[in-house]
Each structure stands twice: as structure tokens, then as C-alpha cells.
Design a protein around this ligand. Structure first.
Ligand SMILES: [Zn+2]
Length: 263
């Protein structure tokens, strides 16, 4: 199995792609072995360590810094904020009990999903694990958590996405009422009035992704906060994302572009 996965050129894959591989390789290579016998716990632990290293760091050993989310969390069901990396010991038991039904890895199964790096961002965001300044302060990486876009409040995840005056003006332009919205319940955010309800979660994620990119531009490139640049970035993404979608769904993205174009 070691040889098999290094052959996948692990370093070229992003974490999301690796998550798919961790599952699919396990399915194809280990299911047969585990169906017939209960593997010793020591071996299962070793395999889990090895799979975790692979998920976070490709060929290199995973360090704490690269493990943005605990392995136990990654093993949880996706609805619970996990990537559904299968827990080997549990899987082994399930197989033996003949309870296994093949789980599909949801994030890549729908053709109208955002790009994998954005899905991964969303996965971190709903768990409030993106590296906003409040989180960096907790890890003692920064001494001060003030938002650099507004120089106002502490930059936690909800501030960055909803409460920062810059973010508020973005949502207001889209006629989205963000009262009571939080990143923990990102999928409960109301659909912007001007875009089709179909794939509206995807549109909301596009806005969140752009808010994150805009914020990074301010912090790391010293750019001034700019709504003009923000909307330009949104339009660029909105033309790129549907490239992977079925033709019939591209009309949705055209509606997005129309919504974004007067901004
Ligand atoms: Zn702010």
C-alpha cells in the first residue's frame, strides 16, 4: 500500500484530492483483507498514522501545523464537519458485521461543486478553523487579532465573513440579510434574491472565498480594501467555476455573472 500511494505523486494533490485517495485506495486494497479477518489493532494504528501523514503532507511526515483539523475530526461524517476519512478499526468491524454499504465521497460526486481548494476552505470555515487573526492569536502566532480590513473589531471567522463592515456591504449589495448568520451554519444563509436558488450555496461559498482572498490581499500584499477589486475577483471566479459543470447547469453561472456585472 505504501508503494501504491507514493505512486500517486502525493505532493501534487491538494488535501481534498488526497482525502479521496485515502478512501478509494483503502476501499480497493484493504476491503478484501478486512472482510475476512480482524486486523490487529497495532497494524490498524500504523495504517491510520500513515494515512494521516499522507492526507496532510503528501509524502512528508505531518507536523502539528499542517494538521489544521484533528484526525478524529476528519474521520467524522461529512454532515458533522468531517471529511469522512474512514476509520480503519471501525471499518474493519463494520465489514465483518456485513453492515458496510459503500459510502460515496460527496464533495467530488456532484459535478456542480466549487473547485476542491474552495471545498477544503469551506470545510475549514464551517469549523471556524481558517487562519483568521483570532485563531492565530490563540496559537500565539500574532499578538493582536484586530481585523486589518476595517481596523475595527477582532477578526474571528464570523467577523471576516459577515460582520466586518466590508463584508456587510458586500452582502447588502446582494440583498442578503445576514442577521443571525454564522459560519457554523453557513448553509442556512439565505439565498441572494438575484441568483437562482439552484446552486445558491455554491454562490454563497464563492462570496466567502472572495472575502477570504480579498482579506489575504490586504494582509499579505498590502493592498487597500477595495469593493471594485472584490467584485472583479467574484466575476473572474464565476466564469471559471462552471468550466467543470454540466452544460445544463451553466445557465446558473450566467445568472451569477449578470448579478455580479453591475457591481
Ligand atoms: Zn473587519
Amino acid at each position: 500500500m505504501d508503494k501504491y500511494l507514493s505512486g500517486w505523486q502525493a505532493t501534487l494533490l491538494n488535501a481534498m484530492g488526497r482525502a479521496v485517495l485515502v478512501n478509494s485506495v483503502m476501499d480497493s486494497q484493504l476491503v478484501h483483507a478486512m472482510s475476512g479477518l480482524l486486523l490487529p489493532q497495532g497494524l490498524l494504528d500504523e495504517l491510520d498514522t500513515w494515512r494521516r501523514d499522507f492526507l496532510w503532507a503528501g509524502d512528508e511526515k505531518a507536523s502539528g501545523a499542517q494538521c489544521l483539523v484533528a484526525w478524529e475530526k476528519a474521520c467524522q461524517q461529512k454532515e458533522m464537519g468531517g471529511l469522512r476519512i474512514k476509520d480503519l478499526a471501525m471499518k474493519n468491524k463494520c465489514l465483518l458485521l456485513k453492515l458496510l454499504h459503500r459510502a460515496t465521497f460527496m464533495p467530488l460526486s456532484g459535478a456542480t461543486e466549487p473547485p476542491p481548494k474552495v471545498q477544503f476552505f469551506a470545510w475549514l470555515l464551517v469549523q471556524e478553523r481558517i487562519q483568521c487573526r483570532a485563531n492565530l492569536l490563540k496559537k500565539n502566532v500574532v499578538q493582536d487579532a484586530t481585523c486589518e480590513v476595517c481596523q475595527g473589531d477582532m477578526e474571528d471567522c464570523d467577523h471576516l465573513i459577515f460582520k466586518c463592515p466590508f463584508a456587510s456591504s458586500v452582502w447588502a449589495s446582494l440583498h442578503v440579510d445576514t442577521t443571525g448568520c454564522s459560519v457554523r451554519q453557513l448553509w442556512c444563509a439565505p439565498c441572494p434574491g438575484a441568483v437562482p436558488e439552484k446552486h445558491s450555496n455554491c454562490f454563497i461559498l464563492l462570496i466567502c472565498w472572495q472575502l477570504w482572498k480579498h482579506r489575504n490581499g490586504v494582509i499579505f500584499q498590502g493592498l487597500e480594501p477595495s469593493l471594485t477589486r472584490f467584485w472583479m475577483g467574484c466575476r473572474e471566479e464565476a466564469t471559471l467555476w462552471p468550466g467543470r459543470w454540466p452544460r445544463t447547469d451553466r445557465i446558473v453561472a450566467e445568472a451569477w455573472c449578470q448579478t455580479l456585472s453591475p457591481m
